[in-house]
Design a protein around this ligand. Sequence first.
Ligand code: ATP
Ligand code: MG
Length: 587
Amino acid sequence: MPWETIVKSPRDWAVAPNLRDYQQARRAFSWEDARRDLDGLPGGRGLNIAHEAVDRHASGPRANHLALRWLGKDGDTRDFTYRDLHALSNRFANVLHTLGVSKGDRVYVLAGRIPELYIAALGAWKLRAVFCPLFSAFGPEPIRARLAIGRAKLLLTTQSLYERKIKALRPALPFLEHILLAGDDHQPTSVPDTADYHRLMENAATSYAIQPTAPEDPALLHFTSGTTGTPKGAVHVHGAVIAHHITGKLALDFHPEDIFWCTADPGWVTGTSYGIIAPLTSAITSVIDEGDFDAERWYSILQSQKVTVWYSAPTAIRMLMKTGAAIARQYDLRSLRFLASVGEPLNPEAVVWSKEALGLPFHDNWWQTETGGIMIANFAAMDIRPGSMGRPLPGIDAAIVRRTDVGAVEEIREPGVQGELALRPGWPSMFRAYWDEPERYQKCFAGGFYLTGDLAKRDTDGYFWFIGRKDDVIKTSGHLIGPFEVESVLLEHQAVAESGVIGKPDPVAFEVVKAFVVLHEGYEPTEALQRELLGFARSRLGAAVAPKEIAFLAALPRTRSGKIMRRLLKARELGLPEGDISTLEAG
Ligand code: ATP
Ligand code: MG
């Protein structure tokens, strides 16, 4: 069913968007110009993320501007100005230096969203170490594997995480030279084999001069979500900051007085590129919430912090939908100006819901750990076609391609034809390697393209529409079906809160579509409802695409970053091994 386009009009703009004319912005764009929006290290000594994020503001008119407002899960608040972050990250760079950490060494952080994580990231970049954040809810084995892949030299964590997850692993981590403990659970008593972050920081100097940093110097090691297989460690360089900065401006529409909230954890790339770097390079204020998702907590943060730009994800939005619009209406959300979403396909239903319930539509955008920054987006000034990911960023060439035979790739120029989404390499935040896996990296490139592993199509106006991940696409009776389309239609039914769709092997059709459905509260998983949903889907999708089977589940398996793990639905359906489940959400 076609959804009505959400038309944007200059009359609705509270402030004029940074990108007003898409075609003109594309024509005028160059990465050299984007680079000129940044400062560069003094004396032409290169480009360093931490200088752009903090130091240049700390020595200018934004020095006393609020950079981070941290909201603790138990109600405390801590504020950091640009000047504060400058001094603290200098101290941490000095701590690293004193401990013998040097350029290129890997500095890992395993922690929740605590201020020390943000300070450590900035300090590590100043020293030109490679920062690698690990999601704090990982179990010991995924932690061990990731520390080993990057051969971590130093790990910053909290005492409780150390006791629960690291201590027993220590003998398996011979390369790990230092473990620092920070955080609120920190006790003054010393823990053997670890050092006290706070004491080291107290004793460290507050001045630090960043050494020359080449734009190609590695800065970040970021593991992918593991939605489709074993996680990969994508390597990003300091020059990526050019893309972080310009996408913050163009795709998230940052303006100087914005209060920005990115709900992603820095354990996932969104929480680093947009939870740390982009808002800081733009010298705006970021809200960091240590707490977990809770609809009322989130609405009250939006209200009390007067958030203007909000970046979240489809799972969270669907959970807000599940709690209902009536709750949203109890809060004053008038400060909000721009809403964006990433990480999974955003169902058109969710875009339209948010416009009604929150007063503004969510703007879907697409990117990956590998791309380092937003690549395709619905821009503030551009009409939204619900269900579309939007159009490529100025400076980004996106294409739909087909692999002909081994190694050969051909571009599909006709609109409406589905194929693999591909990008022309060359943007600054493109990953430079999968750590220690050169072959896996090489396989991502062919015919002058970076092949994303996602399937999509482009319409006549250049909007991109997500079909599915290559691994999730269903082949049935000669058709290729993207699970997203089927899931979105099921979501339109009032009983359905969530759905995950897979292809189930079938002797005749090759595969048939099977849907797993989570119901809204108040609905019973009856056979009658099953029949009703099958009929509902058939009437909207047609018999070829509609699910042949529907099963009810209490919850869908998802990654800790909130993505539906269809490969696990499938493995469980077929009684096959579950594969790598290191990123599976517990419970
Ligand atoms: P892995 O590569 O380990 O399987 P992953 O691909 O989920 O994990 P990420 O890099 O975190 O790891 O996620 C990027 C992927 O998320 C994209 O390739 C795409 O499949 C999906 N995605 C992100 N944003 C969108 C979006 N707006 N619409 C549809 N899919 C999206
Ligand atoms: Mg991926």
